[in-house]
Design a binder for this molecule. Structure first.
Ligand code: NAD
Ligand code: GLY
Length: 350
């Protein structure tokens, strides 16, 4: 097992290893006095891991209730959020009780936001079951739901008290969901770590699970420790997200977040090579790696649609958009550009 400790407004451990779900009750009990735990999960993950999670919490002396919603991004909305709050209230959870988010990024974002809001904040544990959640969404305290006007538009920075990543749970992931999570891992290599990038080139999807997840979590831990509230360095984690968001929204969110990030990374890198900012060899290596992982690198969406969607993303600040632009493998910069110029970057990226 590997443990990474995050030092932000809250200090907490992220444990990564095979079979860690078995220690959920014990680890939850170590967080302090709590008598009830509500497990939040989705309709795919609950039948796979809900019983094991409940049993471990019962063994540790918790009274356990659950809230399970239909799997998928479409559930990450205000209605599900309110239903979950009502479930917590109906089961009379108090401020000393606990929420356990058992699932992928959708469960973690929604469950985390409910934990932040219920009684103005109760403790919660992230138990990520997708690769994307393991390396990204369960770490760093961004919680949110989608609004009709856009994705993640209501949310809070609210850190978990513990992250328990059982790498065995990733074995049941559909191949496509696993590969979509790999887009976020490739993102970390491109942003910060040429050795991680080279390991992915060498091993492809057969990379060393625990070591790679651990490395990504360490990289994110370092960013969150310096910029928890996303006013500076943390913006780099949005590599591929501005254009990715445009493609994701254009698909009506039928395209997964990971696939959209892959397309967004490919687009910004092509544009950066075109402008002489990015080393062309690095650009070729990124595109080849995305393809090796079976990830998309292009879209037939109209540039105008992508432009409108990209500008409605919350990463816009006044009349400027902060683009995250690669220079080489492991080296990306934050480049503020006038919103109007984003149209040209998109055309160059397609
Ligand atoms: P997801 O939670 O929808 O999971 C993808 C699919 O995999 C779902 O159908 C789910 O039921 C299924 N699944 C989950 N674990 C499984 C398992 N072990 N075995 C079999 N099936 C399993 O999607 P995701 O890709 O994990 O997360 C995407 C979400 O995360 C988006 O809403 C995105 O906005 C958010 N996100 C948040 C952050 C953050 O920092 N908070 C970062 C990145 C992404
Ligand atoms: N996933 C981007 C962030 O946590 O900032």
């Amino acid at each position: 097992m590997k443990t990474v400790t995050v030092n932000a407004s809250k200090t907490y451990d992220i444990h990564i290893g095979g079979g860690l779900l078995a220690s959920l009750g014990q680890e939850a009990a170590r967080l302090g006095k709590a008598s009830k735990a509500c497990i939040v999960s989705d309709s795919t993950v609950w039948p796979l891991y809900g019983a094991a999670a409940s049993e471990r919490l019962l063994d540790a002396g918790f009274t356990v209730c659950s809230y399970v919603f239909p799997a998928g991004e479409a559930s990450k909305n205000g209605q599900t959020f309110l239903d979950l709050l009502n479930c917590l209230a109906g089961n009379r959870l108090t401020r000393s009780d606990l929420l356990v988010a058992l699932g992928g990024g959708v469960v973690g974002d929604l469950g985390g936001f409910a934990a932040a809001c219920y009684l103005r904040g109760i403790r919660f544990i992230q138990v990520p079951t997708t690769l994307l959640a393991a390396v990204d969404s369960s770490v760093g305290g961004k919680t949110a739901i989608d609004l009709p006007a856009g994705k993640n538009l209501a949310g809070a920075f609210y850190q978990p008290s513990l992250v328990l990543c059982d790498t065995q749970a990733l074995r049941t992931l559909p191949r496509s969901v696993f590969l979509e999570g790999c887009a976020e891992i490739i993102k970390y290599g491109m942003l910060y770590d040429p050795d991680l990038f080279a390991h992915l080139e060498d091993r492809g999807p057969d990379f060393h699970r625990e070591a790679v997840i651990g490395r990504c979590v360490e990289l994110k831990r370092d960013v969150v420790a310096q910029d928890e509230f996303d006013t500076g360095l943390r913006m780099k984690l949005n590599l591929g997200h501005t254009f990715g968001h445009g493609v994701e929204a254009a698909s009506g969110f039928a395209l997964s977040h990971g696939a959209a990030v892959a397309i967004g990374m490919a687009m910004i890198t092509r544009a950066a090579v075109h402008r002489g900012i990015c080393d062309p060899q690095a650009g070729d290596r990124l595109l080849a790696l995305l393809e090796r992982f079976g990830l998309p690198t292009g879209t037939d969406c109209a540039p105008e649609v992508l432009f409108t969607n990209a500008l409605s993303d919350k990463k816009r600040s006044g009349g400027q958009v902060n683009l995250i632009v690669p220079r080489s493998i492991g080296d990306c910069i934050i480049l503020p550009v006038p919103a109007e110029d984003v149209r040209v970057w998109i055309e160059e990226g397609l």
